[in-house]
Each structure stands twice: as C-alpha cells, then as structure tokens.
Write a protein that binds this ligand. Structure first.
Ligand SMILES: Nc1ncnc2c1ncn2[C@@H]1O[C@H](COP(=O)(O)OP(=O)(O)OP(=O)(O)O)[C@@H](O)[C@H]1O
Ligand SMILES: [Mg+2]
Length: 270
C-alpha cells in the first residue's frame, strides 16, 4: 500500500508552478504593491529578497494575471550570453524574429522603443537579475529611459550582495519592493494550505502549533528551507510507515522526526 506520506512529501518539492500559489498575508501585500507600482509612471521597479522568499512565484503569478490586460513578459534565468537576451527582447518589442546569426543593433532598438513611446507599454519581468552584468544593466536602463519598456528587476540578495545591489540601484530608483521570510503565522498557513490543496487533511492535522514553532526555529520562515525540511520529515515518516509502523503516530508527527530531519539538513549538529 502507498504511504500517505509519499503524497505529503511530494507536496513540498520546490516549484514555481503558479497553480500551487497560495494567498498568504505577506504575498498578498507584495502582490498588491507590485501591481500598484506597475501602474505608476516608473521606469524600473526592484523586487528584492533573500533566496527562497517567493520572488519567482510572485513574478509568474503577476505575469499570468495581467496577461490579457497588459503587454507583460516573464524572463526567467538569464541567458549566459547577451546576444540571446537581446534576441528575446527584440522579439518581444518588435514582434518579429531576428535571424539567429544577426546581432541586435542596440541603438536602433533604442530608437525603435522611442517611437513606441505613448503607443505601447511593454512590461518585462527580469528574474534572477543578479546574474546580469553591469553592461547589460546599463543597456536595460537605457531602454527603460525610452519609457516604452518598464523593467521589474528581481534580485536575490545574499549577505554580501546586499551592498552591491544597493550601490547599483541607489542613484536611479525607482521603487523597491522587498520580500521577506514568512512570519510564523504565514508559514503555518503555507504548510496547511499546501497539504489541504491535495486533500491531505489528516497529515495537515497531525502538524501542531508546537511543531510549526520548532520548524520555524530551523527555517526562519524561509519558504524554500521549509519545503526542504518538510520533504525530509515526510520522507522519514514514509520510511517508518512502510518498514516500522510502530514508530509512527498518525495523529502527531513525533518531535524526534522533526529533529532528525533538521540534523540531516544541517540545521542542528550533534
Ligand atoms: N505564496 C506562495 N504560494 C506558494 N508557494 C510559495 C509562495 N511563496 C513561496 N512559495 C514557494 O517557496 C519556494 C521558493 O519560492 P521562489 O522560488 O519563488 O523563491 P525566490 O525568491 O525566487 O528564490 P531565488 O532568489 O533563489 O530565486 C517555491 O517552492 C515556491 O513555490
Ligand atoms: Mg527565483
């Protein structure tokens, strides 16, 4: 027989599938803020936050929701070469394909954008923008100056990059939206809603308030870390369920299993 924990485990595989999007207090706020900023006459908007705070899923969500109202395009992980990026941009802006061997003439593209001003407004969601070099960012800025293209630049901040990002963006802002780790309440909602969406009611009920508190101490409310922790917890539960069911309690996840998972993931050490 299949263990219920197998299904529960799979709920926490990291994904940015918008069908899995959950309305949480913090994500609803960030969404509203972003939607509002997009409507303002800004050239660029910065979406900022530590890895795993939900930037990509938010961008995907907004792209999907505004698809029929605006010219909005999501650009995922940057192409390693600039040529590929400008080809993609060229296509979005001109609605034409450029033969793959041809280089995009950047100043012609800027002029083309100038001619669009007031006629079209194209919104580009640039995910993982920490991977674009200074030259690329400068070109992106020049394009945004034409006011025909608006860029939402999503940057993931780590401790060191924090400063770089600030320096880079200070002089030319724009508006900054920061995504933070979840509160305990949001994280609890996140975990429960994810399980309930897959009809895993019993599993959801077996996670109690004190379990969530413990998980929160390990993950600090980071969604990606939380996914990893729950995946591991249910992986261990699945093992016991199949091999040593006496060690499992269906009403309640044993604290020991949460700690074993934290140990496995390196949140705690022996
Ligand atoms: N509101 C939400 N609803 C559903 N899942 C969410 C939500 N917020 C975050 N997540 C989940 O958290 C995980 C991390 O989110 P995401 O990949 O969007 O983070 P990120 O900020 O883009 O990280 P990185 O900087 O590393 O790219 C994903 O599995 C995502 O599905
Ligand atoms: Mg991301």
């Amino acid at each position: 027989m299949k263990s219920r924990y197998e299904a529960a485990k799979n709920v926490f595989i990291d994904s940015i599938d918008i069908d899995d999007y959950i309305e949480l207090e913090s994500s609803v706020n960030a969404y509203k803020q972003l939607e509002h900023s997009i409507d303002k006459p800004l050239k660029m908007i910065l979406l900022f936050g530590k890895p795993g705070t939900g930037k990509s899923i938010l961008l995907n969500r907004i792209a999907k929701n505004l698809k029929y109202q605006k010219e909005i395009h999501y650009f995922d992980t940057p192409a390693t070469n600039t040529k590929e990026f400008f080809h993609k941009l060229f296509k979005v802006l001109t609605k034409k394909d450029l033969p793959s061997h041809t280089e995009v003439n950047f100043s012609a593209l800027v002029n083309f954008c100038k001619s669009l001003r007031g006629k079209r407004e194209i919104i580009i969601l640039l995910d993982e923008a920490q991977m674009y070099g200074p030259d690329m960012m400068e070109k992106i800025r020049l394009l945004s100056d034409t006011r025909a293209v608006k860029f939402i630049v999503s940057l993931h901040k780590t401790e060191n990059e924090d400063l770089i990002a600030k320096e880079h963006f200070q002089s030319r802002i724009w508006e900054v939206i920061e995504l933070k780790n979840a509160s305990l309440n949001d994280l609890t909602q996140y975990v429960h809603k994810k399980l309930l969406k897959r009809n895993l009611f019993e599993v959801a009920n077996s996670i109690q308030e004190k379990d969530m508190k413990l998980m929160y101490t390990f993950t600090n409310g980071n969604y990606r870390e939380c996914n990893k922790l729950l995946f591991t917890i249910f992986e261990i539960c699945e093992f016991y369920d199949k091999n040593e069911p006496s060690k499992i309690n269906y009403d309640h996840i044993p604290q020991r299993i949460i700690e074993m998972s934290a140990l496995k993931l390196g949140y705690i050490h022996v």
